[in-house]
Structures are given as structure tokens and as C-alpha cells.
Design a protein around this ligand. Sequence first.
Ligand SMILES: C[S@@+](CC[C@H](N)C(=O)[O-])C[C@H]1O[C@@H](n2cnc3c(N)ncnc32)[C@H](O)[C@@H]1O
Length: 221
Amino acid sequence: MEEIARATSTRGELVLSQRDDGSLELRANGVFVMDTVETSTERALATRALALHHDPREVLVGGLGLGFTLEAILADDRVGRVTVVEIEPALVDWMRDGTIPFGPPVMADPRVLVQVADVTHLLRVAGPSAYDLVLLDVDNGPGYLVHDANADLYRSPTLHEAKRVTRAGGVVVVWSAAEAPELQRTMETVFGRWRTEVVALPVDLQGRPESYWLYVGWKGD
Ligand SMILES: C[S@@+](CC[C@H](N)C(=O)[O-])C[C@H]1O[C@@H](n2cnc3c(N)ncnc32)[C@H](O)[C@@H]1O
């Protein structure tokens, strides 16, 4: 394993490494955030939401990571603008300057608008009905947080804000590494029981079959 880049912020240390097989791995304060091996569910976060909307022009992506959700959103010509909210400025730099080799073409797409901010804050200050799709993948899910401060993201007040900034007919999707029944109940409270969906996505974690999860809420017309 070779360290490629390291940055320190108020949240601690962010380290990007390259494994012996060439894949990249991102860790925050030593905790695994993601890698470039199993990226199917980061992409599914985008493709699932895109499939649920007939005209997804304005998209909010919370958590840039290594850009797989963003790339999948940009692959859809219907999308006119993607606002990406990422809390770690170094990660935005690494994606832009080629430290992450596949980053520059994704970040150079003229439809991409990057905001370095806490997405929970952005949801609070954004205007109403600003987005068709709101995609949230900023942590491992409510049960196993990289940053304790992200707990609020999975709670009712923030999810109400996510609904508020979504246009009628729009979709909010939250990614989770583990099944999260409480998050499901919160989504049902916020969006209404018949306007939510839970999607289990099978993944292969180095030979170990697992599931990652999407929690979907529709904002009614
Ligand atoms: C698991 S990664 C996202 C992966 C992404 N979906 C992809 O396709 O690569 C989580 C990202 O969210 C960022 N993040 C963590 N907390 C955040 C917050 N409160 N607001 C915005 N970004 C946050 C992390 O720095 C990291 O880049």
C-alpha cells in the first residue's frame, strides 16, 4: 500500500492510498470511507434516482467521494446541473488536479457546480423546491459513522429539509452500508408510508456477499 495524498482538516486526517493491485482507497481518521473496487452502489444511487424521474434537470449530490455517483449522474443527458456538496476541500482538489487520475474529466463537466460545505447546512439554507433529485452519501449510514457529526443527516429535521428543497415529483435517496430500520421509519414519517422504498443492493466485498442499502422518498405532486 502506497500513500498518494494526505490532508488535515478540522475533522482530522484524510488519506488517499494506492493498493498493490492499483486500486485506490480513501480513509478518514483511519476509518475506511470507500475504494475503487466496489463502486456499483455509488453508481446505483444515481441510476436508481434517475430512473424514478421523468425530467431530472437539477441534482444535488451530497458527498463527492471519488466521484462515481457524480459520474453516473452526468451520464444522463437530461441533467442540466449537478450541485456537489463536499466537506473536505482536499478531496475536491485531488479530484480536480489529477491526484485521483479519473477525477479531472468528471470535475470539468460544465454542468458541475462544487460547494465545499456541510451538506446538512446547505440543506438548511437552500431555497425551497430547488432540486429534482437529492442524493445523500456522506457517511457509512446511521449505524456506523465515520464522523459523529453526520448523525443529524439521517434524522427527521434534516430529512424534512431534504424534502423541502426537492421539487414536487422529485426524489430523495440516502445511501447506507447497513440495513437501517430506524432510517426507514424516519423516511416513512417524512415522506409518507406509500412514498418510500428500500432497495437492497448485493455487493461482493472481497469474496464476502453483503448488501448495501438505498432509502428512497418521493415528494408528491
Ligand atoms: C462515501 S463517500 C461518497 C462516495 C460517492 N457517492 C462516490 O460515488 O464516490 C462520502 C463523502 O462525503 C464527504 N462528507 C462527509 N461528511 C460530509 C458532510 N457532512 N457534508 C458533505 N460531505 C461530507 C466525505 O468527505 C466523502 O467524500
